[in-house]
Design a protein around this ligand. Sequence first.
Ligand code: 5GP
Length: 185
Amino acid sequence: MSQAIPPLIREEQLHERIREMGRQISRDYAGREPLRLIGALKGCFVFMADLIREITIPVRVDFMEISSYGNAMQSSGNVKIIKDLTHDIAGEHVLIAEDIIDTGLTLNFVMEMLLARSPASLEICSLLVKPAKMNLNYPIKYQGFAIEDHFVVGYGLDYKGFLRNLPYIGAVSSNEQLLLFDQLN
Ligand code: 5GP
């Protein structure tokens, strides 16, 4: 049996911060509705489900999937589109909802690609940011929490596809905590 993964950000802290972010987004985009919220799968889905319910202006969603890490714990530098958006974002006010920004490599690629599609505006919202190695070429308009450079899981973030169901953000502090998931096929 794996050891429990210690919480870095508790459930209540997440919900409180996301409520604030939703209120701020609703205020900032009032008068420019509708908003298009774009999620980068798969990690974003828990955050986005909570965030959208805190937004009080007309909002629509779309999703894309880009690969950046594969199954490893370090950025591969390889970014490719697995699933593109369903909708044309030309002329729309678009907000990208990210789970975590580490190097910023994935997001640089996504931003360039989406800017080329001529949205009315394009901004970034990320639940977590790791400033240590960040090399993002664009400003982050909405940021949940800045965290130290450790590997985190839960609340949508995975290890080898697992642990997305953890209700809090946990910081992995020993390999023992991941043993169970290394053994599962
Ligand atoms: P970046 O391109 O900014 O280095 O990496 C972004 C992506 O890497 C995130 O969307 C996420 O999928 C993954 N990632 C970065 N740091 C972590 C982490 O600490 N834990 C997990 N589970 N994924 C991470």
